[in-house]
Structure formats: C-alpha cells, structure tokens
Design a protein around this ligand. Sequence first.
Ligand code: NAI
Length: 427
Amino acid sequence: MSSLIIIGGGPGGYKTALHAANNGLKVIIFEQQHVGGTCLNVGCIPTKTYVHSATFEEAIERQPQVVEQLRAGVETLLSHPNITLIRERASFVDDHTVETPSGQRYTADNIIIATGSSTKYIPVEGLDYPCVVDSTGLLALKELPHRLCIIGAGVIGMEFASVFRRFGSEVTVVEFLKECLPAIDSDIAKRLRKVMEKQGVKFHMQCAVRRIEDGKIFFANKKGQEECVEADVVLMATGRKPNTEGLNIEALGITLERNGAIPVDDNFEVAAQGWASHIYAIGDVNGRQMLAHAAEYQGHHVVNHILGREDHIRFEVMPAAIFTTPEAASVGPSEDQLKEASVPFECHKSFYRANGKALAMNATEGMVKLCCEPDEGRLISCHAYGAHAADLVQEATAYITLGASLSQLRETVHIHPTLSEILIEAN
Ligand code: NAI
C-alpha cells in the first residue's frame, strides 16, 4: 500500500486525504490549527454566514455555530481508518520525511503541500494600529464598525463592503486600479460597482494608500493629490500570499516563484523543477488559482496521478463567484482578454429584468454575458452578476467543460420559470 503525507488540513488537504484514503492510500495529514483551513474557519463559510444573516448581531451569533458544526463534520470524515490526523506543524527533513516540533519524524512515498495562504500587507506606515485588521480580524469584531474603510476592491474587499454596508456601516473602498475585481470581466465589475454605489458604498478608484494614522487613511488620488478617509476599522484586502514559512522547503532545494508560490507542473508536481519527484503542491500555496474548489480538484488530480489513473479535469475551465449582494460570477476568459488575444468570438447578453422568475423574485438587477465561437459556436466563457449568478455560471461551466456550443445550450430544455432561462435568452 502506497503512503501519503499531506501538510495542511484545509479544503485542499482534507478532501485530498479522503479521496486518497477511499482509494487505499495510507494517509497522514498534519494540521497545526483547526481542520477546514481558512475556508471553513475564517473565510468562505463565516463570510457566507454573514451574507445570509439579517443583522450583524445575528451573524456573529450564528458564525461560530456554523463553523463548529462543519468542523465536527470534517473531523468525523478524517476518522477514516486509512487516515491519521496529527495536530502539529510539519516541516521537511528530506524529500520523504517531515518532522513535528515535538521531534517525531514521519515518512511517506508521496508528500502533498497544501498549506494555503495568508494576508499580504502592502508596505505602508501605520499597519500596527489596532484599527487595522485583515479578514480574520474583521470576522472577530464583536461590534459593528460605524465607519469601515476597505483597502483593495478585490474579492475580499467587495464581499465585505457589500455585507457591512447591508448591516449599516458607512463603507469606503480605496482601490489602486481603475476598476474593482481585476480578475473578472470589466463590464460586469463596473456594473456591480455601480449597484454597490447605489447601495451607499463609496469608492475611491485609482488611489494609492500612502499611510495610516490612528483612524485616518491617507491616499494619493488619480491626480496625485493627497486625500484622507476617516474610519473606525480599516480592512486590508490587498491580496494573499502563499504560506511556505516554517516548512523548511529550502531543504528540498525548491526556488520559490517571485510571488512566493511553490512552482509546480500541470500535475501539481514539484518534480518538474528538476530534482524531486513525488512531492506536490496544491491550492493557494502554488499560487495558480486561489480558490477552495481549485485546491480540492488539484488534490483529486494529484491522487489520481499517484494511482496512475487518468482523469479529465479541465483546470482552465475554473468558475469563481463573488458573494456580494447581488452575486457576481464568471468562468473562462473575459471579453477584454479574448480581444487582447485576438480570439474570434461573439458575445451574447441578457438581462435579469426580462426574466419572469427574476421579476417575481424582485431581483431584476443583473446581466449574463456568454462568449462563444462565431455562429453560435462552442461556448468559451460566461460572466454574470445578479441573484444566483454563481448557479447560472455553474450551468455554463458544464457546457464549456463538455465542449458544447451556444446552440446546444439553447436547444437544451430549460424549466420555466427559472433564472436559468436567462442563459437561453442571451442574444
Ligand atoms: P485580490 O487580488 O482579489 O484583490 C486585491 C486588490 O487590492 C486588487 O484589486 C489590488 O489592485 C488592490 N490593491 C493592492 N494594493 C493596493 C493599494 N496599495 N491601495 C489600494 N488597493 C490596492 O485579493 P483579495 O481580495 O485580498 O483576495 C485574495 C484571494 O482570495 C484572491 O485570490 C481571491 O480569489 C481569494 N478569495 C476568493 C473568494 C471567493 O472565491 N468568493 C473569497 C475571498 C477570497
């Protein structure tokens, strides 16, 4: 029986452990904190609990209950006879061996690094003021901030801006770039930002934060003039960096990428870098796609690779959602990216306001954009914002993964009345 060490018990690590164990591998998984990682404990799950709570008070009451229940579920799953959970930090001794701070050593045929990421701070003065928090700190607040300033209009910044505005905070977002959500279609990003502006979120775009003084955020506006926002809490949402500290990966001779990520090949194997085989890096730590589901599928693929099994996971078809109100979601290249790459395509749009179910739900704000090859050919990408945008994009993901065309999507019978009909209405 082949053996596997997994370092990190987040969604990448624990789901991979289960897949491996169910396929007969002997697994040792190391987790220095709580199982479930950032996603379950201080990321996706707590933030979604906030999104689905009517008030801040309800959110902070429900959050620990939801997290505790899910964590208990993961612990039960990890009690699998083929899995040993070690609640300690692991660091490399050599390419088959790790050790824990207590000095215990463990060896395995294969090792997967799944240590995730942590907040990346920008180098500005004043980060040590107690009012400056990262997403974990924001989720630990017991009182709703009257004024919240968010630095960075990426996924984390936009999700928290949306939910804290709904709870009643005055929210100001300061963003370096021209548009929010740089990773998604700029048309969708702009429309979502406009909706959030109407909800009362203030945006300062093309502004670079210079320094923070207690309760004051100083930034240069696009004309280079200094402006200041006052806030009770400042959220740093300027990206995340791979967690490699303390792993002693230097002992393996791995040279990290410039962004701190562990370089991997298309099997997520570190081996391609020239010296070690049987060591893999999955999830945020390899910096490819910082998404819980990306980590999970990468781990699935790694186990299949270890077992010598082929799979057909299409990692380039990676859907993602932003859980603002309304949601935004996308899969595949944006319209801008397609133009830049001179890919021939056509773009079909439809709006929620023309959909019966959306009208009935009083959720008429939203749009879906489908990009496909000319003449209603193969679907390339889908971008959306509006109620349940993630579910609509998930449907498009299935078509794109299977290589289907826009006409095949349109010829698929859709239930009436559903939001899904927005996809077939795109013209
Ligand atoms: P991000 O990379 O999405 O956005 C960071 C933003 O900060 C960028 O727009 C950047 O231009 C801006 N920024 C950087 N320096 C700045 C400065 N000095 N002044 C003003 N703005 C500045 O990073 P984020 O939002 O922290 O998220 C980290 C990762 O976590 C992402 O990869 C994201 O995909 C993932 N994540 C995914 C979620 C989801 O799938 N729903 C939820 C939360 C996080």
